[in-house]
Ligand binder design. Structure first.
Ligand code: GLA
Length: 353
């Protein structure tokens, strides 16, 4: 649980990008950038003690600044996932947001939290943690209120990457923060994740329209390809003709977690029998988006020159349900002025028994 810092690059637009390496005594190492709070690399041992980087990303820092990119490893905000018609009403005022996904807004707009420099500070005494702070100004990407955001990353001796999110605003606003890491537990350079097995502790999911936007309807997973209540291979039903799968070109949906914000219960699990690596997810958030990298394509050159084809990684984005501002039956992402947003998510790495 110590942190070392290094300068990485100056971008063409003049951003000074630094990397912070968080490590523990088991050989787990996580590199985090001050750009977008990006999890740049995450190295953990497999069942034979071999260390691999299990998250997708770029070597070339400029690639992280591409508009409408893949959001590899980034903190996503002010509002993760989609807001329909890029607008919402709050206290009788209609707020028009930046559109970057057809008529909708995705992942905070054109220049979301993934594309800005955060103030980095090492805190925590003996157990060092990395604190990233960012002030999102009133009106940024159309959102109301100055929002002070803090994200604290730490790596524990239990091989956990813990992410704590805090935010407070001077006007009523909306906040839905998440991390957009793409995991490939065999290693980032090892092809697709179709053989990974996934469990999502959820009996229900939110139904999407053909633009991946929740309609408000909540359905039981039972008897559908959305059923991950027990460990199931990602590839088992990924090419099914079930309309939800067709709309998403695979999985790109929000599940309604049975854990209901209880971080002591497992929200999701991923098992890779090849390497023996297991990822467990715990969260205080009510939902999780399983996205199976359906929009990745070979043109995407990743770390070490690897071509990331479709489904080279999977994301488990803990969140409020997308488009919740339009659906009263979804938990509300509204943050009142002066109140504190707090969310904790833990990605824990273990080995298969
Ligand atoms: C999320 C969305 C997807 C896609 C990715 C980034 O998971 O739900 O539709 O936009 O982010 O490519």
């Amino acid at each position: 649980m110590s942190i070392t810092k290094k300068f990485l690059a100056n971008t063409k637009s003049g951003l000074k990008v630094e990397s912070y390496t968080l490590s523990n005594s088991n050989g787990m190492e996580v590199d985090i950038l001050n750009l977008g709070g990006i999890v740049y690399s995450l190295r953990v041992p497999d069942r034979n003690g071999r260390i691999d980087d299990v998250v997708l990303g770029y070597d070339d820092i400029e690639s992280y600044l591409k508009p409408r990119g893949a959001y590899f490893g980034a903190i996503v905000g002010r509002h993760a996932n989609r807001i329909g018609d890029a607008c919402f009403e709050l206290n009788g005022i209609e707020y028009k947001l930046a559109k970057n996904d057809g008529e909708n807004q995705l992942h905070g707009g054109i220049k979301g939290f993934d594309k800005v420099i955060w103030q980095a500070k090492v805190i925590g005494g003996d157990n060092e943690k990395l604190q990233l702070s960012y002030l999102s100004k009133d009106g940024e990407e159309g959102f109301p209120g100055n929002l002070e955001v803090k994200v604290i990353y730490s790596v524990t001796e239990e091989n956990e990457l813990k992410i704590e999110y805090y935010a407070a605003a001077d006007k009523d606003t909306v906040v839905n923060l998440t991390n957009h890491s793409y995991f490939n537990l065999t290693g980032q350079a090892s092809g697709d994740i179709l053989n990974h097995k996934v469990m999502i502790n959820a009996d229900k999911f939110t139904v999407n329209d053909d633009k991946a936007l929740p309609t408000g309807e909540i359905l039981e997973v039972q008897g559908t390809p959305m059923d991950f209540t027990s460990l199931t291979e990602v590839g088992k039903n990924i090419n099914s003709n079930y309309d939800q799968i067709v709309f998403g070109s695979g999985y790109d949906h929000n599940w309604v977690l049975n854990t209901k914000g209880d971080i002591s219960k497992m929200a999701a699990e991923v098992v890779d029998e090849k390497s023996g690596r297991v990822l467990e997810v715990y969260t205080t958030k009510p939902g999780v988006q399983l996205y199976t990298g359906n929009f990745l394509h070979e043109a995407e050159t990743g770390k070490g020159g690897v071509k990331y084809d479709k489904r080279s990684g999977l994301c488990l984005e803990t969140q409020y349900f997308p488009n919740a501002l339009k659906h009263k039956n979804f938990p509300s992402p509204i943050l009142k002025a002066g109140e504190q947003y707090r969310h904790v998510t833990i990605y824990k790495f273990t080995l298969a028994k």
